[in-house]
Design a protein around this ligand. Sequence first.
Ligand code: DCP
Ligand code: MG
Length: 485
Amino acid sequence: MILHIDMDAFFAAIEQRDNPKLRNKPIIVAGNSKRSVVSTASYEARQFGIHSAMPVFQAKQKCPQVIIVPGNRHKYAAESKRIMEVISGFSPLVEQASIDEAYVDVKGCEKLFGPPEAMAEKIRGAIFNKIFLTCSIGIAPVKFLAKIASDMDKPNGITLIPKHKMEAFIADLPIEKVPGIGKQAMKKMAVLQILTLGDINKYDITLLNKKFGKMGTRLYQLAHGIDENRVETQYSRKSISSETTLSRDISDYKSASNVLLALSQRVGRDLRKKKMICRNVSIKIKFSDFTQITRSKKNDSWICSSAAIFNEALSLYKKVILKKKIRLLGLGVSHLSDQNTPVQMELLWHPEGKAKKQWESVDMAVDSIEEKFGSNMVKKASLNIPKQGEKKMSPITCMKVIIKGRVQGVFFRVETQKAARGFNLTGYVKNCPNGSVEAVFQGDEAGVKKMLEWCHTGPPVARVDHVLPESTKLPQGCDTFDIRY
Ligand code: DCP
Ligand code: MG
């Protein structure tokens, strides 16, 4: 669960705390010129209809007795720092989102502070006791809902949207409450008769993308309860990168893409080793004259497979217009997050994730082979070009996989056997009593890898949900690829 903590009437509350004469009075923090606008209004002033960004003259019209207090940004920034320190005492997973708000991922805090509601109570109490200010807190399984929830019972309120109520909450959530929906988008919503976030589900993703551009996918995801944004701590802003100075300067696409592929595998492996996923991929190109450029892109979703990292890097590379030869290529990933952060809640199954997950488990298998046998055992087929005079390496690899899904039955086993023989592998395939299929195959690394990829899809009609690979030894007596009972 995620907490979103937002201070109440932040600047105004600090002024009221520091000056007893201002307490319980309508005050605004604002400049004194004719063109000044209200930066914030105390809750007493809000009762007169005054709000942030309203011109001061209008605020005075609404409430002639309103007290105007000049702002003091240094003081507010110092208070903000103190508040963040209080919050950080509860969890290391804190992301400051603005001067007066922060997200906290409560993962791993239950033992210390109890359920998320109890933790929210404790944080609210600690801020009040130490800083003498009130805040409001939203609790939800995903970030965007936690933010909406913190605004629902202001000031000094705590609002929980539990997982089982998410779907109903989304169905009724007025679309204008969704962060990022501006005036232009609202006009389109009206034409499409989208009044609530749930109404988004009336349309498919293709139409949403056509109407709203990139925001279309985000809306589709939010309407399904998916928010890929995670609590990004300072640690997650770190990056993992690797670079190669080439043995000769290059300018052809094939060589550059091969280098990027190798770098993706290296960076991807390090990322997975740290049990992290990433959102940002960047490339660095140093030219023959030692000038350099970097290109970077924030992804729509979280990735950790080498294939996905490579695709992003290559699309960045394709946009570069080369005028000089390349002497060094680098690749980095940043915006990291813990693989296990349970943020993405899927109310409905959604298809885009499948290919990604399949690649990720291929990578995990490759990583485990490399862990066992050394780091150059498995390479992408396109990297496997023997250098001149060097004989192509073809180490023997043996894997055991458990395949889950609609996979039992002689059809699946016969097709597995055909595929394995096609890749020149030996081993066996058999049904397990729990409904899954177990296969062990041995052969050269390229064949084993192709077989692993095959297992992720299986023959037509079969439905593969999950593939669990591990490296193993082939039992004696497997000279062909058998079906076992
Ligand atoms: N702020 C500003 N100009 C704006 C909006 C906000 O200078 N147009 C400043 C003043 C606020 C602070 O940022 O005190 C935090 O913004 P919030 O939107 O969280 O507003 P408040 O904390 O003032 O009120 P609320 O209780 O609604 O959160
Ligand atoms: Mg606030």
